[in-house]
Design a binder for this molecule. Structure first.
Ligand SMILES: [Fe+2]
Length: 285
């Protein structure tokens, strides 16, 4: 009786092992019958610096008649301070920057637009050595300027109200000098506002330069935001009246003042517009 039970147990073990094999075989069969599964999609490409700049601009510029909140200004400055020439497809090897590409006479300024909508525009200005963008204003605009390549001199004014007997001519506007310095890339972003920060400025290239400008809102002759050009003159109170010898306070005030005369677009200013061929921005992001 004992022997029979052992044999029986052995038989049960064998059969259960067979059963396991069956399960394994069935599982193997199921695997081969599974439908083909596509590999997981690749991760999205990293957000480029230009795309980050574009997305931030869309949040910062609310349209004509508005000035960005100081917090937004800092956010945009932070991004622009870190933008590199390569982020907009620039290189020192561009033909533009080769010395033999500079024609004699007044050098042409070249500009290209990365993006423009009713709230803001993103443009690059290229200046060859000695190239000048004359004194011009930015009506109702907030403008971020980031020097990407080269060295330039920037001079910028804000209009101020003259004293009652101070204006020698209705053609002249009194202005205070806000910036009069050399800038060499890489350097921090400068910001000007509709009524402060040097809204009227001129660029003079010391070497070949590239400047990235963010304008909010952009120029628009239809909406009364065309640029006006100026010529500056030293502030000379003796032309107005016999004011006598100035005291220290008056001297300090006068040292930063100038007269600005509105002029037609300078004939020597040549502005060539070229297509932007650098990295693109994605409006759907
Ligand atoms: Fe400008």
């Amino acid at each position: 009786m004992k022997v029979i039970r052992e044999r029986f147990l052995v038989k049960r073990k064998d059969s259960s092992r067979d059963g396991e094999m069956d399960v394994i075989r069935k599982r193997a069969c199921r695997r081969t019958k599974r439908p083909f599964q596509h590999p997981p999609p690749p991760p999205p490409p990293p957000v480029t610096a230009l795309q980050r700049l574009f997305s931030t601009c869309r949040g910062v510029f609310k349209g004509p008649g508005t000035v960005p909140h100081p917090h937004d200004v800092h956010a945009l400055q932070f991004i622009l301070d870190r933008i590199k020439p390569e982020d907009v497809g620039l290189s020192r090897d561009l033909l533009f920057f080769k010395a033999n590409n500079i024609i004699k006479g007044t050098p042409s300024i070249t500009t290209t637009t990365i993006y423009q909508c009713k709230n803001f525009s993103m443009c690059i200005f290229f200046l060859p050595p000695t190239g000048v963008i004359p004194l011009h204003n930015h009506p109702g605009m907030t403008v971020f300027s980031k020097l990407l390549l080269g060295s330039m001199h920037i001079k910028a004014y804000d209009l101020v109200d003259p004293k009652d007997d101070e204006t020698p001519s209705s053609q002249l506007r009194l202005a205070r000098l806000k910036v009069d310095s050399e800038f060499t890339a890489p350097c921090d972003t400068s910001v000007l506002y509709p009524n402060q920060g040097g809204n009227i400025h001129t660029f003079t290239a010391r070497t070949a330069c590239a400047v990235l400008d963010i304008l909010g809102p952009p120029y628009s002759s239809e909406d009364g935001r065309d640029s006006t050009y100026y010529r500056d003159f030293p502030y000379a109170p003796h032309l107005v009246a016999d004011v006598g010898a100035p005291d220290t306070e008056t001297k300090e005030r006068e040292s930063t003042l100038a007269w600005l005369e509105e002029i037609e677009i300078p004939k020597e200013l040549k502005m060539d517009v070229v297509e932007y061929l650098g990295p693109q921005v994605n409006e759907s992001c």
